[in-house]
Design a protein. Structure first.
Length: 321
């Protein structure tokens, strides 16, 4: 008991010493499933397309080659800001989403969420509760219920992965494996570490799915002039032109939905979440999850239990059918 308390105090000291405290958002796609939400894909597509168009126009106003345009796109669309209260880093894209009144969001009080058995949303109680969980809103995106935090993974982690692969020469498998991390509580910046398991008690495979899709997006957006890219250079005028429109439906899959691509939980939290799901007459997955295994590179971001790999150490779970 004393050893566990000492370990938690050490984590608090470490977090206090980090310039940007690592407080992770989690989402409740189960409670939000019980609410009617209009699909937000059209509005989010509009935001992205407007930003791409504005950045291309900016590049055309100054001498700018393809590499310059890629840097501008990464700066404009891939930029981040920090929440004034929590100092959690968010993609600037999320701020643009916050500014749209036509995006229906499911906002659940922490007490009414699947995590509400104990006050995990009170960071100062971490030495006693053993975890910190800040609850993100959920939206309906291309027919799936996803946490707004997935936009951050799509934009921020997706861009980081693109840079690791295209600038540092790492394989995508190696980059995604590093993002997952290794089992056990640790202080590294990965899903087993401060992004999830060590701090929140949740290992969200849907986060990995969103960042994998983000890598694909940045690969498409940064591929200037190819058939797969969004932007090309007009042969006659030499100006950059947008050759096709962005759509989230090209990237969002069921693997983004934590109600289908089930998260893993530390044992104590797993029992609490299972009890909360039982009260809602739910279990995970809430829908047919067999199709997840057929997704490209599914091994990198789909819960191994759902792929039939029950021997994995990741298989601590709540309410899995």
């Amino acid at each position: 008991m004393f050893r566990n308390l000492l370990r938690r105090v050490v984590v608090v000291v470490v977090l206090c010493g980090i310039a940007a405290p690592a407080l992770a958002d989690e989402t409740d796609n189960f409670t939000c499933r019980l609410r009617q939400l209009a699909d937000s894909a059209g509005a989010l597509d509009d935001i992205m397309n407007a930003r791409i168009l504005a950045t291309v126009a900016r590049a055309n106003r100054t001498p700018c080659d393809a590499d310059c345009l890629v840097r501008l796109l990464q700066s404009e669309i891939g930029g981040s800001y920090r929440d004034r209260l929590t100092l959690v880093a968010h993609a600037r894209f999320e701020r643009w989403v916050d500014g749209r009144s036509d995006i229906a969001r499911c906002r659940t009080s922490f007490r009414d969420s699947i995590y509400g058995a104990r006050p995990y949303n009170q960071p100062w109680l971490f030495p006693f509760t053993g975890r910190v969980i800040l609850l993100a809103d959920s939206i309906r995106l291309s027919g799936r219920v996803v946490g707004i935090d997935k936009l951050n993974h799509f934009i921020r982690e997706g861009l980081a992965h693109w840079k690791d692969v295209h600038r540092k020469g790492r394989s995508l498998d190696a980059v995604m494996t590093k993002e997952l991390g290794t089992p056990g509580r640790q202080l590294r910046w990965n899903e087993y570490g401060l992004k999830g398991w060590s701090l929140t008690g949740v290992l969200a495979y849907a986060d990995l799915a969103a960042s994998y899709a983000g890598f694909r997006f940045w690969s498409d957006l940064s591929d200037i002039g190819s058939g797969a890219g969004y932007v090309a250079r007009d042969a006659g005028t030499g100006r950059f032109v947008v050759r096709r429109q962005f759509a989230f439906s090209s990237y969002v899959t069921d693997a983004w939905d934590e109600g289908i691509n089930c998260s893993a939980f530390q044992p104590g939290l797993a029992a609490e979440v299972a009890a909360a799901l039982a009260k809602r007459s739910m279990s995970c997955p809430v829908g047919h999850a067999a199709s997840l295994s057929a997704l490209p590179d599914a091994r990198l971001y789909v819960n191994p239990v759902l792929r039939g790999n029950v021997a994995t150490p990741h298989a601590v779970r709540a309410g899995l059918k």
